[in-house]
Each structure stands twice: as structure tokens, then as C-alpha cells.
Design a protein around this ligand. Structure first.
Ligand code: FAD
Ligand code: FO1
Length: 452
């Protein structure tokens, strides 16, 4: 049975020919066995060539500001990946070090006929892939299995806002939002010794901050992700539209850590939501976030290399923020005061504490949190640095295009429009404490965080 992978999801990364030998999937962003187009494409190629299929993951000693919290969540998920691959007669190899060294070495050692990897728009990932594709002697391919509509198919350029990308995505959804086939038990075994991964040794190679402790609010791995998805789709989806902006309620899906680490496929989630509640308001509201907003973030990071700096702000935002750069700040806090939640604002402090303790801040408060950092910092540049640092250090779902786009939206008006001018913000959309007061009970939220 041929595994049909839509060829527009695949791009060749170098102009080299495929050789004989096993086909290797270098897993990176999409750390799952089910619902993974990159794995399915690798298997289709290996079946065509009557070759084994090997999956490898290259563990880097440090990744942006990731800490033990993130690596623990990720490694637990990868252990599960190894087990699931074994059940499919597919070998898994964990490599430790820099991809540009480890992957070419591995491709040569197993005499791979082709290398397939998954897509990420982040600069660090693109650098890895570019170097590896140039260094290896065989064909290298990239598969976008994170976006439902492949990033390069949606649009050839940076989109201005949700309203400009939405029609482009919606036009292509019927072709791409389909059920995903299951990977097959592979008929050809790789000539590799059956040595289980030494996960303890892997942790010893890490050079990461171990102060930020793992969180128990989220059980890592593909199985837990599937259960969390089922719980949301079956129990909580009907309340999404009403409760998603109320931090005192459990109205959001809480699926972002699984989506970030690729332990859950957004396409699987969207497909199940569509099946269950297609065009009903909660379903449509959720899909707007999961598909349009999320894929707009990949579009932003892919087409704008300055996604983590004010350089990426639209010109109107750059001008207005510059015009208000010298405005008096009533409050100014250092990174340390922000990190320790030592501001004058009890709501902001609670949001910061929720992120530190739970590993995930409520979505509504993320906007308020970032905008107040702008208001209480010397400059938008400093504010952006602080917001990215804290978000990447404490949020399980951090180090993600959604984070860079969310912070650039909050501080620099990316994907937003101009609003009535005011001090410090200029025409950047403002959010106030009283505005939050009118939306939910602040003391109730603070108490909820204090009990975390
Ligand atoms: P739900 O409301 O259940 O949404 C489901 C999924 O839809 C999310 O997991 C996410 O993939 C997507 N989604 C929802 N809202 C957005 C949005 N505004 N932009 C893009 N995708 C969205 N999201 C991250 O995944 N990682 C981050 O580091 C991150 N940092 C943010 C920082 C700021 C300042 C802001 C304003 C937003 C940030 N977001 C980030 C986007 C959004 O807040 C989170 O995706 C959402 O709160 C995750 O929780 P959930 O899965 O329960 O959300
Ligand atoms: N990807 C890898 O290929 N190797 C890693 O060691 C690795 C570590 C890592 C740590 C935290 C984190 O949030 C992501 C991490 N990724 C790693 C994931 C991957 O690079 C993703 O593509 C990016 O985070 C973009 O979403």
C-alpha cells in the first residue's frame, strides 16, 4: 500500500542525487510517530527502495534559553518515540552534539541513500539544515508536518495580518486538512545493533540551566498528548468561546506544550475538531487560533529574519514607538524584578508567577504581561529582550514562532493596527488593569495562582 504524502509538503534542500542504502529521518520539531508526514514520507521512500528506515534525533547541549524544565519534557517524549518506533521495526538513534557535525557523520556511517527532516522557520533550525544539506553527499528533503497548509504553499511572502492570510489558508484547507494515514510496520530492518538509548548519558551532555525545575502540570509524550486532546475535544470544546479569555476558568485547551514539541499534530487536532464541531462557534473560534493564528506565526518567522527584534515591527510602529521613546515612565523595573514578580501590579505579578510555577501563562494575560513590560522598560528593545528571555526560560511552549509573533504583536504592533495615541505606547494597542477587571475577577485569578 503506497503511503500518499502530498508532494507539495516536501522540498529538496540540496541538488544531490539519492543513493542506495537506508533512508534516514532526522526528527527535530515534530517529535511524534503518529500523524507525522515527515516519517510517512521517509517510509514511502524506504519502501520504494526496499530499504530500512532509521530515525535519528540530534540532542544539542543548549537550545536558545531552554532549561531542564524543557529538556526533561522533551526527553520523556523522545523515550516514548523510541518505543513506538521499535514496535514498527524502525531503528531510533539519539545523537548528542551539534547537528552540522553529528548528522553528516551518521548519514555516512549508515550509508544513507537520502535524508529527510521536518520544517521549522526558526533561524537556528534553518542554519542547521542548510549546513547539513551542503555537507552530506546525498539528497536532503524537508517536510512541513507542523503546519496544516505547508508554510511555503500558503504564501510566498510575509503576511500583514490574520485577515490577509486567512483567505489564503482557507482556500487550501480542503486539500490539506485531511485524515492522516498510519505508519506501517517496516519490512526491512536496519543493520544496526539493537542498543537501547542511554538516556542518562544524554542528560550528562547537556549544558543547561537546571534551576528552572520541571513542572508536573503537563505529562509529557504522545500518549498524554492524545489524552489531553480527547479531554479537550470531548469535554471542554463547547465552552471555549465563552471561557478562553477568562484566566480564572480552564477555558483554553492547554495543548500548546504538546504542539510546540510536536508531540501532538495540529492537523490531527484540527481534523478531530472539524469532525466534532466543524462550523459551530466554539469549533470555528478554536480553529481560527489553531490554524490561522498559529500558521501566521510560522509565516512571520519564516519570512522575517528579525522576528526576535524590533527590526521586525511595521514602520508605523517603529515611528510611533520612537516618537515616545523619551516619554516619562512612571515605573521602571529590571529583568530581575520582572523575573521575581516584584512589580507594583498584583495581576502582572500573578501572571509571571503562573508562568514560573505552571510553565504556562494564560493566553489573555500573556498580552497584558508583555504590554506592561513595554510600559515599565526603558525602551521597546529592552522590553522585547526581557519578554523573550522570560518566555523562553519558563514557558514550556516557549522558543516557538508563536512566542516571537505574540511578543512582537504585543510590543511592536506586528499583525495589528494603529490605535489612538498615548504616552509610551504611541499607537500600539494598550491594555489596562481596569480593562482586565471588567473581563474577569482578578482576586480569584490571583488566589488560583497562589494555590499552584
Ligand atoms: P488555546 O487557546 O487552546 O489555543 C490552541 C492553540 O492555538 C495554541 O496551542 C496555539 O498553537 C494556537 N494559538 C492560540 N492562540 C494563539 C496566538 N495568539 N498566536 C498563535 N497561536 C495561537 N504560544 C505558544 O505556543 N508559545 C509561546 O511561547 C507563546 N508566547 C506568547 C507570548 C505572548 C506575549 C502572546 C500574546 C501570545 C503567546 N503565545 C504563545 C500564543 C498564545 O497565547 C498561546 O499559543 C496559547 O495561550 C497557548 O495555550 P493553549 O494551547 O491552551 O491555547
Ligand atoms: N530540536 C532538536 O533537533 N534538537 C534539540 O536538542 C532540541 C532541543 C530543544 C529544547 C527546547 C525546545 O523548546 C525545543 C528544542 N528543539 C530541539 C525543538 C526544535 O528545534 C523546534 O524546531 C524549535 O523549537 C521550533 O519550534
Amino acid at each position: 500500500m503506497r503511503i500518499g504524502v502530498d508532494i507539495t509538503r516536501v522540498r529538496q534542500l540540496n541538488a544531490k542525487a539519492e543513493g542506495k542504502g537506508p533512508v534516514v529521518y532526522w526528527m527535530s520539531r515534530d517529535q511524534r510517530v503518529s500523524d507525522n508526514w515527515a516519517l510517512l514520507y521517509t517510509q514511502a521512500k524506504a519502501l520504494d527502495k526496499k530499504q530500512p528506515l532509521i530515525v535519528t534525533f540530534c540532542l544539542v547541549p543548549r537550545f536558545l534559553d531552554a532549561t531542564l524544565r524543557h529538556y526533561r519534557f522533551m526527553l520523556e517524549g523522545l523515550k516514548e518515540v523510541e518505543g513506538r518506533l521499535q514496535d514498527l521495526n524502525i531503528s531510533f538513534r539519539l545523537l548528542c552534539g551539534q547537528p552540522e557535525e553529528q548528522i553528516p557523520f551518521f548519514v555516512k556511517a549508515v550509508e544513507a541513500g537520502a535524508l529527510i527532516t521536518d520544517f521549522s522557520p526558526l533561524k537556528i533550525n534553518r542554519r542547521w539544515k542548510e549546513e547539513v544539506a551542503n555537507l552530506i553527499g546525498v539528497a536532503a528533503f524537508e517536510v512541513d508536518t507542523h503546519n496544516i497548509v505547508p508554510c511555503w504553499e500558503t504564501s510566498p511572502k510575509q503576511e500583514y495580518a490574520a485577515y490577509t492570510i486567512r483567505p489564503k489558508i482557507n482556500r487550501l484547507l480542503p486539500e490539506y486538512l485531511v485524515d492522516l494515514p498510519r505508519p506501517l510496520k517496516h519490512p526491512y530492518k536496519a543493520p544496526l545493533p539493537d542498543k537501547p538509548t542511554d538516556w542518562l548519558e544524554a542528560v550528562n551532555n547537556l549544558k543547561i540551566d537546571t534551576i528552572v525545575a520541571p513542572v508536573d502540570a503537563f505529562v509529557p509524550g504522545e500518549a498524554a498528548a492524545g489524552e489531553a486532546m480527547a479531554d479537550f475535544v470531548d469535554q471542554r470544546l463547547p465552552y471555549y468561546s465563552n471561557l478562553r479569555n477568562d484566566p480564572t476558568a480552564d477555558g483554553q485547551s492547554d495543548l500548546s506544550p504538546y504542539l510546540h514539541f510536536g508531540q501532538l499534530s495540529a492537523q490531527r487536532l484540527a481534523y478531530e475538531i472539524k469532525k466534532k464541531a466543524g462550523n459551530s462557534p466554539p469549533g470555528a473560534d478554536f480553529l481560527e487560533e489553531l490554524i490561522v493564528r498559529r500558521e501566521l506565526s510560522d509565516n512571520f518567522c519564516y519570512y522575517n529574519n528579525h522576528y526576535d527584534s524590533p527590526e521586525a515591527f511595521p514602520n508605523w510602529a517603529k515611528e510611533t514607538l520612537a516618537a515616545h521613546l523619551a516619554d516619562r515612565r512612571d515605573y521602571l523595573y529590571t529583568l530581575e524584578q520582572f523575573e521575581k514578580a516584584q512589580t507594583h501590579d498584583d495581576l502582572w505579578n500573578a501572571a509571571q508567577i503562573e508562568m514560573v510555577r505552571k510553565g504556562k501563562m494564560h493566553g489573555y494575560l500573556r498580552m497584558y504581561w508583555a504590554k506592561k513590560i513595554l510600559e515599565w522598560s526603558n525602551s521597546p528593545t529592552e522590553a522585547m529582550k526581557t519578554a523573550i528571555y522570560l518566555n523562553d526560560r519558563y514557558s514550556l511552549d516557549g522558543r516557538d514562532p508563536n512566542g516571537y509573533a505574540g511578543i512582537a504583536w504585543s510590543i511592536g504592533g506586528v499583525h495589528d493596527r494603529a490605535w489612538p495615541e498615548r504616552p509610551i505606547f504611541g499607537k500600539i494597542r494598550y491594555m489596562s488593569y481596569n480593562g482586565s477587571k471588567s473581563k474577569f475577577k482578578i482576586p480569584k485569578y490571583i488566589e488560583k495562582v497562589n494555590n499552584l
